[in-house]
Design a protein. Structure first.
Length: 80
């Protein structure tokens, strides 16, 4: 739509406005592709570890942070 307006205004194809618009379209497409790639990341592993994190949190509350220190290694071992 913006390209049509620029063409209607009579700007030459090599003008700064047209080149800037082409660059804007390219960057917009690149941003959209990047966002779609981020959205396509699987979240199942994150939620699978959630029960372990909740369990360790419950241990921390029940035993206080002093008794919980030994379980921190368990939390680190749940990372991929």
């Amino acid at each position: 739509m913006l390209s049509e307006r620029v063409a209607e205004a009579g700007f030459a194809s090599g003008s700064t406005v047209v080149m800037g618009l082409d660059e804007l379209e390219r960057l917009t497409r690149e941003i959209q592709d990047s966002v779609m790639a981020i959205r396509a990341q699987p979240v199942k592993p994150v939620f699978q570890r959630m029960s372990r994190i909740v369990h360790l949190g419950a241990l921390a509350v029940r035993h206080g942070m002093n008794g919980f220190a030994g379980h921190l290694g368990d939390l680190a071992s749940t990372r991929p």
